[in-house]
Design a protein around this ligand. Sequence first.
Ligand SMILES: [Zn+2]
Length: 589
Amino acid sequence: MSLAGIDKYELLSDLAKRRGFFWPSFEIYGGVSGYLDLGPLGAKMKRRIEDRWLQLFVYQHGFATISSPVITPERVFIASGHVEHFKDLMVTCKDCRRHFKADHVITEAMPGRADIATEAMSPAEIDSFISENTIRCPECGGPLSQAEFFSTMFRTNIGPYGDVTGYARPEAAQGMFVDFKRVFEASREKLPLGIAQIGTVMRNEISPRQGPIRLREFTIMELEFFFDPEEPRCNYMNRVSDVELPLLLMKSREQDHSNVTRLPAHEAAGTGLVKNEWSAYFMALSVRFAKSLGIPLEKQRFEEKLPAERSHYSAQTFDHQIWLDRWGWVEIAGHAYRTDFDLSAHIKGSGVDLSVFKPYATPVEKQVTVVVPNESVLGPTLREKSRVVLDALKSANPEDLKRAFKKTGYLEIQGFRVLPSHVRFEDRTIRETGRRVVPHVIEPSYGAERIVYSTLEYAYNRVKDRVVLKVPPDLAPMQMMVFPLMAKDDLPGIASRVADFLIGNGFDVEYDDAGTIGRRYARADEIGVPISITIDYDTQKNETVTLRDRDSWQQVRIKWKDIPALVPDFLKGAKAFSELGEAVRVDYE
Ligand SMILES: [Zn+2]
């Protein structure tokens, strides 16, 4: 809580509705929880955040992007394990019949108990925890039912007769796995390979009551990074040598405290606390990403998930959490080490070989023992079964045969007893030109709407009696506003021409002549416009305008034709405001 007992979520929601950042969906019909609309400013800001994410995680490494469908046939999610595992435990109030996510009911009833790993509890553990602590319905105080599983995937039919079941994807990742072979081939068959996708996902959350934080439909920004598990080194570690990872490790959580271990990314990987170097690297990028949204390092941490809290596909997961005023530590990203789980699952599910061939630099000669069937002995005994048994023998493991002969004197293959006299073992030299690898996968995954909200919350400031939304200038939805000082003497005409000139140069600019200049500045501050441009009587004389800085309220005077050359550096943070022109003091406030 802050700002006189009203939390930032409340203050921001009010501003967001009034000014066009976000509001609850289907509002005129009373709304449905778990859905959020982004307005003109919110949608624009989301796009800028997506672009920044793409630049940081994808483009700077030359990774690929794809776009795949939301509705996915059941077979994909059976193979991936989602049909079996993507579900939450639910309890129902016996009086008011409302449904609740079981772990939320417990967390809310036991505030400040970070040690209770509710996500890891079994139905029976939930039931006994609820009865031992006499937890009741958070809405009406009624008794709660036993916990039961609820699939949180939206289910539908593909086509008119329901012959193919489909699900809305709860993550975009499966698109990247299913398309792996195609993208690999199109990318000149090189590992490592990154494939990313930004798109809609849906999760049928049981009772979302956290505004923009828990949505039933949202935009995911997801990267699947494929690498050879025998070559796990990350060649970009030196790019993040300055980044410290704040780690809330499993062992700390298990000992019931929340001590954060701070380590440079390379050490976190070197000591094995983060199991994979690429994971540590992407986590370091994640810190940098969050900082660039205006979220300071001390409001960030990575919570290592306990084995029972992890998704079914993950060998290690860190949630990148940030501190929000109303909800405390909230996950903005998940960093999962998915190993070869998904590709192997789809190899099994589809029957298509998704492994890749890695040629050796120089072919390797290898001594191997092979099984040679003694066909003159076997042939007459086997008769019509011979082909099947001979094939099985040729691919049999010599060690298995030797062991079986030693133990029982025979090995049964396809119902036939193979005796030592049926085969002989031969040592041979073979030339291997490469090996087949099922790549391992590291996945950083982000929820875009949550990040838009978090950016706005950290931007929310009060200066004197006014709200100033200090959004990082290059993420601001509106970059400049153009004001004529007075709505007369052709000042509006010049201001319109300046606004059109800037729009023509690719800037997001709005023209505004309503109310006093002071009120217009206040409105610009409230929606986070970094620069306000005022056209006054000097503009008529010498084509100069005043630029006003949102954060310092300083002013400089420059020729308006110079704006496109100078302002981009300021928006990127490469130039200070005072470097844009000659400082002036005009009291318009
Ligand atoms: Zn109730």
